[in-house]
Design a binder for this molecule. Structure first.
Ligand SMILES: [Zn+2]
Ligand SMILES: [Zn+2]
Length: 654
């Protein structure tokens, strides 16, 4: 949901706040202090840290614009320089309410107007929970913390932009001004952050995707539905080749499933009704299970549209016909079909399609499955948020004894991919359950939760994988791992999720016959290391700045003859044909342009390797190798150049 209210943080979540989050949240207090120096009447709502910094929501007759930033930042600097202590004061509910009524919360002094948002927030604090204030200088805020020790711990900050937001994210509430900023431990980090943003802008996957002819969107096709152009399709096919090879070697089996299914499947999986908001609305089809009704319908159709007459009807008659037809459609019982939002239910049905024995486990079913999700149009963003996506999906059905080895193998696969793509920084966020919310937020299987969480934890520990544990963020049906990776310029992406699922297999009645001849329920691991093509390629475009490695590059080699003389062009064509015979994506630029022009064009198109051939190369049976962005690499005998190229592609080394 676009405007979801920020949920009040639990005590546990507060304790988990990182040093940087504390610093940024503290900067929000300093922002409010500064704004009040200029506009003492400002009314403040919430001021949390966010991924990129912090914000504070406020109500103020003056519309704050970036022109006001230097003034506000000047005041903020004074507060930081004063090195004020963030001092915590625990108060009773009555004391807090009294201060709020006196306008003293989120304020520098008493004021004629009450601190109305803070009064409302006090109301929402559960009875019995501690209510605390935080003071820095004259500024008092209602806040549970935590903060840094002193204002000078905020090493460097900058205000970035202003947006508007409804109080508590609810459009029935007043609209507030949201002032955003960011803060870091020191100036170097702050500057590195803005440099990174600049670089990210240049590497924007939407811009490069257009410039390099990778993908397109079209209004007639619909928002969020990418069209993959030939060069983008090359990226997709290379990724699939990598995934298929890797999965085959790891004992996966490939399956294929339809893009849609009857409502009943999603009722069983629980996607309906819980996930209905994210699914495309159903397609209504005549109920094929009700033969007699169908016959009645056909009879009615014959009545209103006798054969051959349809073409001679007046517009008005057609309208009548259509409205009658619509009425009929709405009256009859329907079979509802949904586009699939996830592949899991289909794979579960494949597991169930045959009787299974313990000998078949672990059963690893893989599919680059296409899914459709009805993302809000405001949430759509290039390839990163789309409505149709192709997922590097697989489901591993295994016994409890097999779980650890399987889970470990999945992690190994991630590490292999990270090496191939040169991903140096990554983090696995391991989300667990909260025992207090069993049966409500989490499926009520206390023993299974503890057991699977312990297994996951031990695999993560032993493999030395970089991970953090996040309490109370597991999926409904089991612990989950979100994989975050950082691009070459240090921007963070969440590309994949792994989940352990012990709740859905029983819902689908999945069983296998065990050694002792009893029917048992398997565990299921959902995994998608390469995420979706859309998001992963969006990430790769930024990561490589569009300069894809040889094995992935849409154009791997372009042969550039120097001149248009027949023997030279013949030679270039022979090289191209040889390369294509080896499956290399090779092109030739046989235009009459000067060689400098050909090179320039190839560089602009980010062609990975250029083989320039002139008369000397022709006579020597050689090629002059040039690499995109790296310049001339010298001449090489043709056979040697071809062999080295094939080797590099096979190894995915360059
Ligand atoms: Zn605070
Ligand atoms: Zn799944």
């Amino acid at each position: 949901m676009a405007n979801e209210a920020p949920e009040r943080k639990t005590l546990e979540q507060r304790q988990q706040m990182s040093e940087l989050e504390r610093l940024r949240h503290s900067a929000a207090h300093v922002l409010a202090t500064a704004i009040l120096q200029i506009w003492p009447e400002a009314q403040f709502a919430a001021g949390p840290p966010v991924e990129t910094g912090f914000y504070y929501d406020l109500d103020l007759p003056h519309r704050i614009t970036p022109e006001d930033f230097p003034r506000i930042e000047e005041e903020m600097k004074k507060v930081i320089k004063a090195n004020q202590l963030f001092e915590k004061v625990v108060v009773s509910r009555e004391e807090a309410l009294a201060l709020g009524r006196a306008g003293r919360l989120s304020a520098l002094s008493d004021r004629p107007e009450p601190s109305r948002f803070k009064l409302d927030i006090i109301e929402s604090i559960p009875e019995g929970e501690e209510i605390s204030l935080f003071k820095n200088g004259d500024f008092i805020d209602l806040c549970a913390g935590p903060h840094v020790m002193r204002t000078r711990n905020i090493g460097a900050f900058r205000l970035t932009h202003v947006a508007s937001a409804y109080y508590k994210g609810d459009e029935r509430n007043p609209q507030l001004q949201r002032v955003y900023g960011t803060a870091f431990k020191n100036k170097t980090e702050l500057e590195a952050y803005f440099t990174m943003l600049e670089e990210a802008k240049k590497r924007d996957h939407r811009k490069l995707g257009r410039d390099l002819g990778l993908f397109a969107f079209d209004d007639d096709v619909g928002p969020g539905l990418p069209l993959w152009l030939p060069r983008g399709t090359t990226l997709i096919e290379e990724l699939e080749k990598l995934a298929k090879e890797t999965e085959f070697a790891a004992g996966y089996e490939r399956v294929r499933t339809p893009h849609l299914a009857r409502e009943n499947l999603y009722l069983t999986s629980g996607h309906l009704p819980y996930y209905a908001d994210s699914m495309f609305p159903p397609m209504l089809l005549p109920d094929e299970r009700n033969q007699s009704l169908q016959q009645q319908e056909r009879a009615r159709l014959r009545e209103i549209a006798p054969e051959g007459r349809l073409g001679h009807l007046e517009d008005a008659q057609i309208d009548t016909l259509l409205s009658e037809f619509e009425k009929m459609v709405s009256e009859r019982p329907h079979d509802r079909y949904y586009l699939k939002a996830m592949n899991c239910p289909h794979h579960h049905k494949i597991f169930a399609a045959q009787p299974r024995s313990y000998r078949e486990l672990p059963l690893r079913l893989a599919e680059y499955g296409t899914c459709y999700r009805y993302e809000q149009s405001g949430e759509l963003f290039g390839l990163m948020r789309v409505r149709s996506m192709q997922m590097n999906d697989a489901h591993i059905y295994c016994t409890e004894e097999q779980f650890e080895a399987e889970f470990n193998a999945v992690n190994e696969m991630y590490l292999k991919y990270f090496r191939i793509f040169g991903i140096e920084k990554y983090l696995m966020r391991f989300s667990t359950h909260d025992p207090a919310r069993l049966g409500e937020k989490y499926v009520n299987e206390p023993a299974l939760w503890l057991k699977t969480e312990a297994m996951v934890r031990s695999v993560l520990e032993r493999s030395g994988i970089n991970y953090v544990e996040v309490p109370n963020e597991g999926a409904f049906y089991g612990p989950k791992i979100d994989v975050q990776v950082w691009s070459a310029i240090g921007r963070e992406f969440t590309i994949a999720t792994n989940q352990v699922d012990f709740a859905v297999p029983p819902r689908f009645g999945l069983t296998y016959r065990d050694r002792d001849n009893t029917e048992k329920t398997p565990l299921c691991i959902h995994r998608a290391p390469l995420g979706t093509h859309e998001r992963f390629i969006g990430f790769l475009i930024e990561h490589y700045a569009g300069n894809f490695p040889l094995w992935l590059a849409p154009v791997q080699v372009r042969v550039l003859p120097i001149g248009t003389e027949e023997p030279l062009v013949e030679y270039a064509r022979a090289i191209q044909a040889e390369l294509r015979g080896h499956g290399v994506r090779a092109e030739i630029d046989a235009s009459s342009d000067k060689i400098n022009g050909k090179v320039l064009r190839a560089e602009q198109e980010k062609v990975h390797t250029m083989w320039v051939v002139g008369h000397r190369d022709l006579e020597a049976g050689a090629v002059s190798v040039r690499l995109h962005g790296k310049g001339n690499q010298g001449a090489r005998p043709r056979a040697e150049a071809v062999a080295a190229l094939l080797e590099a592609i096979r190894e995915r080394s360059a």
